[in-house]
Ligand binder design. Structure first.
Ligand code: GAP
Length: 486
């Protein structure tokens, strides 16, 4: 565990050093649980988003994508249940005034027990917590905390308030301050933008059930404990897809998407043994079945994606609150040979956090390699083994020297390749140093132009993961890289 924690701290500092992620407003000492993506991070994030978007909207003929606004009519959140139900049980320490999410406090305690070899106690506490949360037994949760003498990390005391619910939505004002009902919310999930547009998309796209609507975009939650870097943020990005289906078929589609989404994660390079399913004990107010796809992060198994069978809850609620009919006319014939007729469709949702996916890819990619050179000198490198198709920069073009016509050949190669994929040009420093920098930012291929290039039009291509080098024709570089990033 200590090694894993060190490894996580190394990943965080590596992200900053190589332009992946910066603390937001760092100049002013930062803003807790808010992060900015740097030049490398923004590109990796875009590549992940594009991979998801393509898999949903291009590879599925019955899924279309939309881009709804973050601001929505305030009644949307009343109808969806978020105003009344989107809260977490919290507890305050009276001595430090620090507020904790109850499940995080207890999970933190269980992790400490596990690290101390008290696995059984840890498991018992977690099982009890699940039961109490499922029963909304807040007095029981407080007793569990007190019985186990769980302390506040700051005051080191057990002087706790009662457990209470706190809503996680951020609110802000729209228009003139004097207007009535001017309070709006920053969306806590992108899904509602899809629900309120269900009829617009279904009618304008002449969509036939089953079909999906996909969307990526920012979501906001006032998370109380936000410690694990970009794992739990106050502003984050979701990639959600609502799949509209005939009532009664929800378990069939729920299982279908459960399998599809795990396959997709494996397809972008996440090993199967690092993924597992976790069924929800306590269901959200809108769900009749739900599970998480968990990934083994450096700090343990945690949720990466949620699959939820949301019934017709959302569409029915919006129909009630808007006083409009939100139904689908299904003219397919049922077993009795009659049309299924009008109904509000059921929904199976897939919802993955883009930032968590980013952290997943980075945790897998980060490798600190050490070896001994001939003669016994220790050597090593830090390398980001990001799958080539996702890497922010695909090819580094490196003239060996800044003279003798080598930069001109390199520039011509750069101009030839940059229309097709991201390239990076560098002529400063010794070649070994440049290779190490490219390893650290995760560039999968480097091409070196040297004096031999002038003689026989060949270059050296170096592969990041095994540091293998080979000589290939200059004219083959573009095609080879295109093939390798396919
Ligand atoms: N529409 C359903 C929904 O929002 P959720 O399980 O609350 O469900 C879906 O969130 C996904 O969004 C999670 O699996 C996670 O990847 C991501 N997510 C949720 N809260 C997050 C946060 N505070 N920071 C980063 N990602 C978050």
């Amino acid at each position: 565990m200590a090694n894993e924690a060190n490894n996580f701290a190394e990943i965080i500092s590596h992200c900053k050093e190589y332009g992946y992620i910066f603390q937001s407003s760092e100049l002013y000492d930062g803003l807790a649980a808010v992060y900015d993506y740097g030049q490398m991070g923004a590109q990796l994030k875009k590549n992940l988003r594009d991979a998801w978007w393509k898999s949903m909207t291009q590879l599925h003929e019955n899924i279309v994508g939309i881009d709804a606004a973050i601001f929505m009519h305030p009644t949307v959140w009343k109808a969806s249940g978020h105003v009344d139900n989107f809260s977490d049980p919290m507890i305050d320490n009276k001595d430090s005034n620090k507020r904790y999410r109850v499940d995080h406090l207890i999970e933190g305690f269980a992790e400490e027990q596990k690290a101390a070899g008290k696995e059984q106690l840890a498991d018992e506490v977690l099982t009890q917590m699940d039961i109490l949360i499922a029963a909304s037994d807040y007095a029981g949760l407080k007793k569990l905390i007190e019985d186990n003498k769980i302390k506040c990390a700051i005051s080191k005391t057990c002087n706790w308030t009662d457990v209470r619910d706190f809503n996680l939505m951020f609110s802000t004002k729209i228009g003139s301050v004097s207007e009535e009902a001017d309070t709006i919310y920053l969306r806590p999930e992108t899904a509602q933008g899809i629900f309120v547009n269900f009829l617009n998309v279904q009618k304008s796209g002449r969509m036939k059930i089953p079909f999906g609507i996909a969307q990526t975009g920012k979501a906001f939650r006032n998370e109380i404990v936000a410690r694990q870097f970009i794992f739990r943020m106050r502003e984050f990005e979701q990639m959600e897809m609502q799949f509209f289906i005939r009532p009664g078929t929800q378990m069939q589609w729920y299982n279908y998407w459960k399998g599809e989404r795990k396959k997709w994660h494996e397809g972008i390079g996440i090993p199967a043994e690092k993924l597992r399913f976790h069924d929800h004990v306590k269901l959200a107010h809108y769900a009749d079945a739900a599970l998480d796809i968990e990934f083994e992060f450096p700090f343990g198994w945690k949720e990466l994606e949620g699959i939820h069978s949301r019934t017709d809850y959302d569409l029915t609620q919006h129909a009630t609150f808007s006083k409009k009919k939100i139904q689908y006319f299904d003219n397919d014939l049922n077993e009795e040979g009659k049309p299924y007729g009008n109904y509000p469709p059921y929904v199976v949702e897939t919802s993955v956090g883009l930032d968590r996916l980013f952290l997943t890819i980075l945790s897998l990619a980060y490798t600190n390699e050490k070896w001994t050179k001939e003669g016994g000198t220790p050597d090593g490198r830090v390398v980001l083994k990001i799958p080539a198709k996702l890497a922010p920069v695909k090819l580094a073009i490196l003239p060996l020297l800044k003279k003798d016509g080598l930069p001109e050949i390199a520039t011509a190669l750069m101009n030839n390749c940059k229309q097709s994929f991201h390239c990076f040009y560098e002529e400063k420093d010794a070649i070994g140093k440049r290779y190490r920098r490219m390893d650290a930012v995760g560039t999968p291929f480097c091409v070196t132009i040297d004096h031999q290039t002038k003689e026989d039009n060949t270059v050296t291509i170096r592969y990041r993961d095994d540091m293998r080098q080979e000589r290939i024709a200059l004219s083959e570089v573009k095609g080879l890289v295109e093939k390798l990033i396919e």
